[in-house]
Structure formats: C-alpha cells, structure tokens
Write a protein that binds this ligand. Structure first.
Ligand SMILES: Cc1cc2nc3c(=O)[nH]c(=O)nc-3n(C[C@H](O)[C@H](O)[C@H](O)COP(=O)(O)O)c2cc1C
Length: 354
C-alpha cells in the first residue's frame, strides 16, 4: 500500500490531475488467485481498472500498488486533444438505470454515480508512447498493461477506412511501446464524431477491428462497447467482431442528459455517459446476454465486466454472468482501497464464483 491514499480531485482540471499523480507504494506484493487469465494471458487476479482513471504511467503504478492487476491506460489518440471544460465529473442523483432514461438531476454530493465529460483527451503520441514503455518496465509479472486507443480523423465526414487506419496506427504504437493488450474504444458517449458509436454499427466495427488485428498480430485485443439491450443487435456485433477480437469489455456507460435543480441543462444539453453504481444491473444483464449468445454460437470470445462494481459480491455477479475478468473505474476513484478490500473478501471465500 502507498503511504498516503489520494484520489483524483474532481474540483480541479484534467491537466492538474495528470500532473499530480499520487505516489505509488510497492507494486510487487502479490496476492495471486488460482488459474486467472485475462485475454489468454496469465494474471494474478481478475481485478483491473478500466480506461479512464489511469491518466498516465504514474497513475497506473499507484493503482497497481493498490492491488489492481490489469491496468488500462486511459484512451489515447494519434494526436494531441484537449479535455472538455469542467465539470468533468458531475455527481447525479438516480437509482439503477436501464438506458431508457433521458434526463437526470445533478446531486451536490457523490452518491455513487456521476456524469463523465472528458471527450477523450490525449497527450501527443511521443509523450504517451514513451510513458507506456516506462510504465510496462515498472510493472512486475502477474500485472498486465492494457492500452486503450481511439481513432481520430481530420473531419467528422472522413471515411471509415481513414478511421480504421488511425485506430490501427495507435494500436501499433501501443504494441511497439510494450502494451500487453490493446483495447479499442468503440463507445464514447461524449463525442459526436464518427469515433463515438462504432459499437452500434457492426459492419464498420468489423472493418476497424480487422484493421487493428492485422497490424497487432497475436497480441490480445479487447473492444470496449456501450449499452446494447437488444439481442439481435448483440448477435450482429458478436458475429462482426468474433473473428478478430479476443474479448469484449462492457458496459462503457449509459447516456443521459443532466439538469441542475433549476432544470438548466449541463453540457450544452448534450448527453453524457453516466458511470458508477447506477449502471451495474443493466451491465450485468448485458454481460449475461452476450455470454449466452457466445455459448450458443460456440465462439471463443471472452467478456470483461465493467460498470458499478464496488464490492466482492458485484465481482461474483459479473463472473457468474459469464465475465472472465472485471474492471472498475468510479468506485476505485472514490475509494482507491476498494481493490484490496474486494481481494481480501474474495480470498476469504473458497471460490471466485458463488
Ligand atoms: C473519469 C473517467 C474517465 C473515463 N474515460 C474513459 C476513456 O478514456 N475511455 C473509455 O473507454 N472509457 C472511459 N471511461 C468509462 C470507464 O472505463 C467505465 O466504462 C465506466 O466508468 C463504467 O465503470 P464504473 O461504473 O466502474 O465507473 C471513463 C470513466 C471515468 C469515470
């Protein structure tokens, strides 16, 4: 454990938080679960951090020292991109969401869920490539570094081929820098350009996944997707991606607009991804539906459960639904010790699944 537990400061900018990573403790203290794999690779536990909280290598090492074993480097691009204006993390007041909600109210205090509004900022590739290389060199065996990438095109009207080439370029750079796995974000609810909603377009998603696979060779490959409640849409996406992808990570978030207590809309009235506690039930249901389809079709796609995890019980629910591993974001940002607490709880029980 580090000497001092620090958290991302949501009252300050993304740049400030990027420049002020907490000091990591030891990353080599092992707590190994039997027979754990992440995307074909052996790993110490099924517990990881999803793309988001780990802004750079120092943030990765901090969470590695807090017991997380898969560290996903926050989504990077082929060029520098600034972050959206604050608020980047706006607490909301709501129960479990299904995806049919259109508008939520802000909350003064964090109750477990927030609207996330960063717009996938990125450092210049020279900066993140050097940082990824350094980060991998600092992580012991048993811990994996996954790098999340997204394609960027000069205009929103650019062709899907241009977008696919750019995804592939970033993926190649990440592999060259030593990433153990590549994740492509096919679901960013907070951008309105063509890189935002690929998971809803199976043919385009396949074209991009094929381009990425052809450039990264045999490296484990994850696609991050958003909310898909519909079985036929899920089946179509699975068929498009299964030939090229090792694993699907779900669910990125559930989108909604957000209004303050006076009914004024935040974020210029644009929807934002709601993350945290509120997305757990829908995401577990989605994981179970995907697992069922994958089994029926006799495919080898693996699943990573993401969304609303803050307890060992939630981990067990995702694993029972068919996930091979789980990733946390919100709960680990609010309480960085949550990984260790979950691991201790899981260790006390005989098996990972109920
Ligand atoms: C601060 C923050 C930043 C995020 N940035 C990204 C990102 O860059 N790329 C991505 O694929 N998902 C991003 N996400 C979504 C998370 O990876 C995750 O899917 C979502 O937060 C649901 O998990 P949770 O309920 O544990 O927070 C971000 C989430 C948060 C909270």
């Amino acid at each position: 454990m580090p000497d001092h537990i620090s958290v991302y400061d949501r009252t300050r900018s993304y740049t400030w938080n990027y420049d002020h990573p907490p000091a990591a403790g030891r990353t080599d203290l092992k707590q190994t679960f039997d027979n754990c794999h992440f995307c074909r690779l052996p790993v110490d536990s099924p517990l990881g951090i999803s793309a988001g909280p780990l802004l750079n290598g120092r943030w990765c090492l901090y969470y590695a020292s807090l017991g997380f074993d898969v560290l996903t480097y926050k989504t990077v691009r082929s060029r520098y991109r600034t972050c959206y204006e604050m608020p980047n993390l706006q607490p909301v007041s709501c129960g479990q969401l299904s995806g049919s909600e259109t508008q939520l109210r802000t909350s003064k205090v964090m109750q477990g869920s927030w609207a996330v509004s960063f717009g996938m900022p990125s450092q210049d590739p020279d900066v993140w490539r050097t940082d990824v290389e350094w980060t991998r060199s600092q992580l012991p065996t048993g811990k994996l570094l996954s790098v999340s990438v997204v394609g960027t095109t000069a205009t929103a009207a650019a062709s899907i081929h241009e977008l696919a080439d750019d995804y592939a370029r970033c993926a190649k750079w990440a592999v060259e820098s030593g990433a153990d796995c590549i994740e492509t974000n096919f679901s960013c609810p907070n951008v309105t350009t063509n890189d935002g909603q690929l998971f809803q377009q199976p043919d385009d998603a396949q074209l991009v996944a094929q381009a990425v696979r052809s450039i990264i060779g045999d490296i484990p490959y994850i696609v991050k997707i958003g909310r898909i409640p519909d079985r036929s849409a899920a089946t179509a996406l699975i068929h498009s991606l299964a030939p090229f992808v090792d694993s699907l990570a779900m669910t990125n978030s559930i989108t909604a607009t957000v209004a303050d207590p006076h009914a004024n809309l935040l974020f210029d009235g644009q929807p934002r991804g709601i993350c945290g506690d509120a997305v757990r039930t829908a995401s577990i249901l989605q994981t179970a539906m995907f697992a069922e389809i994958i089994k029926e079709q006799d495919l080898t796609l693996r699943l990573i459960g993401v969304g609303g995890i803050s307890k060992a019980e939630h981990v067990r629910e995702y694993l029972a639904a068919g996930a091979e591993a789980v990733h946390l974001a919100t709960a680990a940002m609010i309480n960085p010790s949550v990984g260790q607490q979950i691991k201790d709880d899981l260790m006390r029980s005989a098996t990972l699944a109920d």
